[in-house]
Design a protein. Structure first.
Length: 215
């Protein structure tokens, strides 16, 4: 599968093991208001269940530099996805392995109105709907037209599209936005924070079906 797939808000070993090769397991860490919240200690335990050919991502909101250090050094994540402000005082390699979440308004907006994080600092950029108080899982999707314009204006950038994706609409998202990757949370859940294994598998099948039709 060429498309990067991230399953976010994972909380149990069975769901974590479903992450496809080349994809990522996302763990929401120290965000108490989220139904997908985990402690650093629990996330470290679940990382053992991430498939060897996939990455482990922490997902955080307005983190202090100390938390970023702990996530890399103690929890053992590969990348940290940041909603909100990126702190000062980070090392080069830490910055290089951060994934800023770029807030996209639900309505259409021009690319010039949106500031894309610089490529020399952040190889990957996350696109999610703006204005949500929690990191992901809202089921609200950003404006795909705006996202597509961003992708087109920055060829070669690794944009990961999130927000309101499901097994039923991910093919449309891939065709409309043409992102490097996709990120899903609530769209593969049976309840907030509870992943549905069959929907996770259906999501991967939908991506594979899209790719086979566009080979």
């Amino acid at each position: 599968m060429k498309t990067f797939v991230k399953f976010c808000g994972l909380r149990d070993p069975d769901a974590t093991k479903e992450v496809p090769a080349g994809g990522a397991a996302g763990f929401v860490i120290q965000v108490p208001a989220s139904p997908r919240n985990l402690s650093r200690e629990r996330a470290a335990e679940l990382i053992a269940d991430v498939p060897t050919e996939a990455e482990a991502w922490a997902v955080v909101v307005d983190p202090p530099a100390e938390l970023i250090h702990q996530l890399f050094d103690e929890v053992g994540v590969d990348r940290v996805q940041v909603y909100g402000q990126i702190p000062e005082g980070l090392e080069f390699l830490e910055v290089h392995h951060l994934v800023p979440s770029m807030p996209i308004p639900p309505g259409a907006a021009g690319v010039d109105d949106l500031k894309v994080p610089p490529a020399e600092h952040y190889p990957r950029v996350h696109l999610d709907v703006a204005g949500e108080p929690l990191p992901g899982g809202s089921g609200v999707r950003p404006n795909w037209e705006t996202c597509a314009r961003i992708v087109d204006a920055h060829p070669g950038r690794k944009f990961v599209l999130a927000g309101g994706l499901t097994p039923e609409n991910v093919a449309d998202a891939l065709g409309s936005v043409r992102p490097w990757g996709v990120d899903v949370s609530s769209g593969v859940e049976s309840a907030p924070g509870v992943k549905d294994i069959e929907r996770m598998r259906a999501f991967v099948r939908a991506v594979e079906a899209f790719e086979s039709g566009h080979a």
